[in-house]
Ligand binder design. Structure first.
Ligand code: ZN
Length: 352
């Protein structure tokens, strides 16, 4: 290990002897008794020296080996220490043109995964993942581009037809794409967002499928058969979209381990007996669909960003709040709310 202080944390003086790492009050770490010798020791943590070389150089400052080990251990435990070697290895696995693009993301991962080298490990895992986004509208194309830009190795967008004006959004399909094949335009948007070179794997099934239909109500109505297939295959899937004035992220379904789209439908039906009938009239090119589905651009961008964050949390081994629930973003008041969803006894997704 080649210790270095984490680059993503601010470093300020609280008073003459107390160093503060980090700006956020609930995460900041204070290091007291930071005298001149301690400062000289910190300067040795430049990511060039390994731990043994740090100990040797620290000896010249009058710090014995045990003290150095203790200090490094305590800095690592406080989440302040990174392993420059692990960071280099993670970046070296990426095409050259993408390394600089992903440095801020890696600095962020290094704050989330606190041990030295753990953030680099999380980035390396992202590069090996595959996500399939079904739908290349305002939400889907921007979401897919965001995931690719975050380092997910393979992001595929599945859709049909040609790009319409209403599909275009910042971060997704550009106005210049109108009239082109949606699938091709989305693939190119993802490639642009990812940066030069190719990374990740090409083979194997997806680690996550995202239902992001261009008409957001399709997330409720149009995905039941596809979701059943994914349930059988054990593939995690996430529902996202903008429905009228509401942005929806979730549920994110972990087959057999969290509430599914069927559970959601059954819960809805308990609250509103007319729900199945409504869905039947929205499904496919159903007659009940909105003539011009509403989709606030800022809301679509928010949903794409929030959904990408949840997807990345899942890939990074966390349990996002859209599992056993869903998040709603309202264009009425700009608030984000999280609603709970419990597995429904009649659904059967937990049986067997
Ligand atoms: Zn279920």
């Amino acid at each position: 290990m080649r210790p270095v202080l984490k680059s993503g944390l601010s470093r300020t003086w609280r008073d003459q002897e107390t160093l503060r790492f980090g700006t956020l009050p609930d995460r900041a770490q204070l290091v007291g008794r930071a005298d001149e010798r301690f400062r000289a020791f910190l300067a040795l943590l430049d990511g060039e020296r390994d731990a043994a070389a740090v100990a040797t150089a620290a000896g010249e400052l009058g710090l014995d080996r045990e003290c150095v080990e203790q200090t490094l251990g305590s800095l690592a435990e406080s989440g302040l220490l990174e392993d420059a070697g692990a960071v280099e290895r993670a970046l070296a696995a990426l095409p050259a043109g993408r390394r600089e693009l992903l440095e801020p993301d890696l600095a962020s991962l290094s704050l989330l995964h606190t041990g030295p080298g753990q953030g680099a490990g999380a980035l390396a895992r992202r590069v090996g993942r595959r996500i399939e986004v079904r739908g290349a509208g305002r939400v889907g194309a921007a979401l897919a581009s965001t995931l690719a830009a975050a380092g997910v190795g393979t992001v595929e967008v599945v859709d049909q037809g040609r790009v319409a004006a209403r599909d275009c959004a910042p971060g997704g399909l550009a106005v210049q794409e109108i009239g082109r094949s949606r699938a091709t335009a989305a693939r190119e948007a993802v490639a642009r967002a990812a940066g030069p070179g190719t990374a990740g794997r090409e083979a194997g099934g997806p680690d996550l499928v995202v239902f992001a239909p261009r008409d957001g109500s399709g997330a409720y109505a149009g995905s039941a058969d596809a979701a059943r297939e994914l349930m059988r295959a054990g593939v995690p899937h996430l529902y996202v979209g903008v429905v009228e004035h509401l942005g929806v992220v979730g549920p994110l379904v972990l087959p057999g381990a969290s509430a599914c789209g069927g559970c959601f439908g059954l819960s809805r039906t308990e609250q509103d007996a007319g729900w199945p009938r409504l869905l039947a009239q929205l499904a496919g090119e159903g007659p009940g669909r909105a003539r011009e589905p509403a989709c606030d651009g800022a809301l679509a961008a928010t949903v794409a960003g929030l959904a990408a964050l949840h997807a990345l949390l899942l890939l990074d081994g966390e349990r996002p709040p859209s599992v056993d629930g869903w998040c709603e973003v309202s264009a009425v008041d700009g608030m984000v709310r999280r609603l709970r969803l419990t597995p429904h006894l009649e659904c059967g997704c937990f049986w067997g």
